[in-house]
Design a protein around this ligand. Structure first.
Ligand SMILES: [Zn+2]
Length: 499
């Protein structure tokens, strides 16, 4: 299996290059209609409920998951009202997507016009005029890429979160009663992985050692393809994260040694490849607020490795499809073409965006595996002495407060859905009570101080670095697409209409 990996990369990269060429040729042949996008947009769907109901329900959808868990029982919306809101949200998602697709078409048309005009006038342009043309084309490309990112990633995520929160409002009160009942009767002890006193001694992920080869080979292939960001060159940060991950692994069902690497990329994410290769990105360390949040994320990733989710999901996938996306990005970077959303995102923000390119099968991400990794991760964090709400609090922060740009990678590899939030709450409430569970430590705060130095250095390095996206220096910044400065919340991408 491993011997076939390099050939698959070559095959996929080759295929993609041909696809890219075909795409460019096709683009040149299309002639665009002259109407602007604004003419074609039909109005947004009308709120389906009276203002006194619609407004508070809409506001509840802005609450964090944890706030909703606390408040759901006091909210008085009827099932038909919730059903109408659900239907409305789906219509609004369609409307929003359509609007942005039309904007993408408009950018594409403007780009085509600008390039045609440049071609026509190129022989007679002054230096200043040429620069203006280059800036216009460059900025249109950036705006089009931003709009594509919205349509393919941010809008679906924003609506998935809203729909999941609507589910919490509707179903959580009954679910909560059921949980209380299961606790009273003691049946909760019969749940899957209910034997939490035996973590590390029970039969979870038998054959883990067989994954080491696959993990090592994947890391090698990623490095060969130029897909692995460089490591953070700060001993103290690497040491801190390694120590924390080893502590969690020692309190988990993982029976192979972990190898921890902190990558110098601003992406907010962490991964475990099969066989215990854990990668933590600088952006995650910047985003977590206390040690229990970081412990929660690490424990979740450790659970994927322990339960052998990558192995489980790769059985159903061909090797070519497993690394196809990574190869695609490699091809984009090499050819300078910016045709896929992943590549665009990666280039625009100065990193390859591992969360956008790594195969979900390889990372063991599916609905079923996420639920299992959430449950086991919560158990491992708890078993290592941490407040087990860390993961869910961090997830909530991403869903509620982080910008959509920063959240894309995270939500691609940790998809939001109702069952996930509910099952996490359920598991936390079933764990035996422990005294002195840790949320924050001085070591975490010390790490943050060291990290600030790394971040400052990275920002400095970024400046003046040649960019495929902005080869023309000194252009005015393009207008931001989809959000106002300082307002990058994932929930504001498509504002729901006011009354
Ligand atoms: Zn996961």
């Amino acid at each position: 299996m491993n011997r076939r990996l390099p050939r698959s990369i070559q095959w996929a990269a080759h295929l993609d290059f041909r696809g890219l060429t075909a795409l460019i040729v096709t683009c040149l042949m299309i002639s665009y209609p002259s109407a602007t996008w604004a003419d074609q947009v039909t109005g947004p769907p009308k709120p389906p409920l009276a203002r006194e109901v619609f407004q508070p329900l809409k506001e509840s959808l802005q609450l964090s998951y944890l706030e909703l868990f606390n408040q759901a029982a006091t909210l008085e919306f009827s099932p038909p009202q919730i059903e109408l809101m659900r239907k409305y949200l789906k219509e609004a998602r369609g409307y929003c997507t359509k609007q942005w697709n039309q904007k993408i078409d408009a950018y594409e048309r403007d780009l085509y016009t600008a390039q045609a005009e440049l071609k026509q006038r190129t022989a007679n342009l002054s230096r200043d005029e040429r620069k203006q043309f280059h800036c216009r084309i460059q900025n249109l490309r950036i705006q089009k890429g931003d709009a594509e990112m919205l349509v393919r990633q941010a809008i679906p995520i924003a609506y998935e979160n809203r729909l999941a929160k609507l589910d919490v409002i509707e179903k959580w009160p009954a679910e909560k009663q059921k949980i209380e009942e299961e606790k009273r009767s003691g049946v909760y002890r019969q749940r899957r992985y209910g034997d939490v006193e035996d973590i590390g001694f029970r039969d979870v992920g038998r054959g883990q050692e067989k994954d080491i080869k696959v993990g090592r080979e994947t890391v090698r292939q990623m490095k060969l393809a130029g897909l692995m960001p460089r490591e953070v060159k700060n001993e103290a940060v690497q040491r801190y994260v390694t120590k924390l991950e080893r502590k969690i692994a020692a309190h988990s069902d993982l029976r192979v040694p972990v190898q921890v690497t902190v990558l110098d990329s601003k992406e907010i994410n962490a991964f475990a490849l099969p066989g215990g290769f854990v990668f933590v990105q600088r952006g995650l360390l910047e985003a977590v607020e206390d040690e229990s949040q970081l412990a929660g994320v690490l424990a979740h990733e450790t659970a994927h490795a322990a339960a052998r989710h990558g192995h489980r999901l790769m059985k159903r996938a061909t090797i070519a499809s497993v690394i196809y996306q990574a190869a695609e990005i490699g091809a984009m970077v090499l050819t300078g073409g910016v045709a896929s959303i992943g590549a665009y995102y990666a280039l625009q923000y100065g990193f390859y965006g591992l969360g956008m390119v790594l195969s979900l099968q390889m990372l063991g991400v599916s609905r079923e595996c996420e639920l299992e990794a959430d449950q086991l991760g919560i158990q491992y964090a708890w078993n290592a002495g941490y407040d087990p709400t860390g993961f869910i609090r961090f997830f909530d922060k991403m869903a509620t407060r982080e910008g959509y740009v920063q959240g894309l990678s995270w939500f691609r590899t940790h998809p939001p859905f109702y069952q996930r939030m509910v099952d996490a709450e359920r598991e936390i409430s079933f764990l035996p009570k422990k005294e002195n569970l840790v949320r924050q430590t001085p070591a975490f705060e010390q790490m943050k101080k060291e990290l600030a130095k790394v971040t400052a250095q990275a920002k400095e390095d970024e400046q003046g670095r040649p960019s495929l996206l902005a080869p023309e220096q000194g252009c005015p910044a393009p207008p931001k697409v989809g959000f106002k400065p300082g307002e990058r919340r994932i929930e504001t991408v498509c504002p729901l209409p006011e009354y």
